[in-house]
Design a binder for this molecule. Sequence first.
Ligand SMILES: Nc1nc2c(ncn2[C@@H]2O[C@H](COP(=O)(O)OP(=O)(O)OP(=O)(O)O)[C@@H](O)[C@H]2O)c(=O)[nH]1
Ligand SMILES: [Mg+2]
Length: 616
Amino acid sequence: MNPMPLVALAGSPNAGKSALFNALTGARQKVANYPGVTVERHSGRTSLPDGRPFELVDLPGAYSLDPGSPDEAVTRDVLLGTQEGERRPDALLIVVDAGNLDHHLRFALQLIALGIPAVLSLNMIDMAERDGLELDAGALAAELGIPVIPTVAVRRRGIEEVKEKLAEALARKPVTPPETQEAFVKVQRRARAIAQKAVISERPVVQATSRIDAIALHPVGGIVLLLVLFFLMFQAVFAWSEAPMGWIEAGQGALQEVFTGLLPEGFLRSLIVDGVIAGVGSVVVFLPQILVLFLFILILEASGYMARAAFLMDKLMAHVGLNGRAFIPLLSSFACAIPGIMATRTIDDPKQRLTTILIAPMMTCSARLPVYGLIINNVIPARALGWGIGLQGLVWFGLYIAGIVGSVLVAFVFRKTIAKSANTGFLMELPRYQMPRIGDILIGLWQRAWVFLRRAGTIIMSVTIALWLLTSYPQAPEGSGLRQSEYSIAGRIASGLEVIVRPIGFNHDMALAIIPAMAAREVAVSALATVYSINETDEEKAEETLGQQIAKDWSFPTALAFLAWFVFAPQCLSTIAVIRRETNGWKWPAFTLAYLFGLAYVAAGATYWGAIALGL
Ligand SMILES: Nc1nc2c(ncn2[C@@H]2O[C@H](COP(=O)(O)OP(=O)(O)OP(=O)(O)O)[C@@H](O)[C@H]2O)c(=O)[nH]1
Ligand SMILES: [Mg+2]
């Protein structure tokens, strides 16, 4: 039996390949309005109009067949059939951006020359029309010698036709390509000539894109705009999430009451009420803040603004020896360092890539949000500083900036020492601005929420239960006046660590919380919740929320030191595992652990003693 036919999606970055992949297969691959989003091969199944199934693979975008970076190498190897364990595709679906035909046809021409039966999707035809460009698909097909179908991937326009033409292409035999590839300069010239022939009419319209860019890319105005946007984002994180956080807390309280009423006093009740509900609930309550933050990030990404931010940062990053390509991986690290580190595959220079991998864990990932939120919401006064600026939002903004500044300084040092290489320039095509589609944003938010809740229900819940057991036993003798969290197994282990972290202002509860938080940062919060609810014996005190207890028990310098610790500490085993995978060995993950813990220790200590010196 013949294996299922294989079709590969290929084309220049940001042409809409993943959007087309999603439209064809019903998958939900990440699409975003900047180049370099897809860095791995993804595949999915779908069927031809006659019902025959075929496999579709979405490849990272590339500018040519000579691989510049690891992700482009994936694309080339798959297309040439030299990728290990991978069949050569039976047909290609080449995607080009209709509004950027001249550039995108270069790679398309190289692809066609491979001799694999191909179909061309003339994508983003809606945007081309908006910008006053009318193209002749028939003329283009005649020039290229393959079928050309105008498509709007995000509105599923042209999808059925693409399938029909793919069915025909799959019936054709591949031809043997010529021995030598045409010189790239020649390809370039041919691409331009063909693109010109395909134009029916071009109405010069003053493009919104260039008008917005006059401000957004301005060397001074652009940076100011960037800072203002991010600043507003953090203010909104507080302003908009207060009410829903209250609802979640109320729900959690109600649930605890239900179980307290349902279960007899004892092991099970304590496990469920103090362990699971208190622990997991203390993390879940931060969902609204995370969603508000991502609402902003997703809108900025989809509109095309983030690519401008990358462009602006390029100049600044050049000073520390990184190019603008590092911006997108670092940007994704704000959600989570894991995809961020994987996205460094778009960086061609190995030393620049290594540096970016090493600093990615310093970007404020969403796992830190519950920790920051817990401290800021409860220890930093909700004071207005005038002009609608709140102190809490300002501190939050400051923590993000601290991570960024720290990473910039570290990158500078690494590029001068352990990761030396020449600085290379950065060429990034800026996408056109687009109105974000509400559906896309909602799906993005849903995916974020799902990742967060799944973590809460799996890793955070299991670590919390384990910690609950370790802090519940052995039980402190009644009336001894000993604190359960110190008497227990976990407490005794924490007492060992406390010796090391006391000089930076940490107390016993914090020492206890940061050990299980190695598994995931959010666990620091659920661990504190568990510790406090286990320690509470008299009923009245148990009414207090975790936040109120922290506000009462922790001194201001101690709370600040805890925040500073979490800016840098590499408390995430999955990130370390990904660094190992991406650098092929234990050397760099070990190095990352060492330098980040060192940095966290110094930063927390400096914060603590600094705050004391200032009399805070
Ligand atoms: N208006 C419009 N936007 C589109 C169309 N196709 C894709 N987009 C948008 O264009 C952007 C890029 O799409 P992607 O599918 O991520 O592009 P890609 O080719 O996979 O990019 P890389 O993975 O970076 O190579 C996204 O913002 C999409 O929503 C289209 O036909 N019309
Ligand atoms: Mg993609």
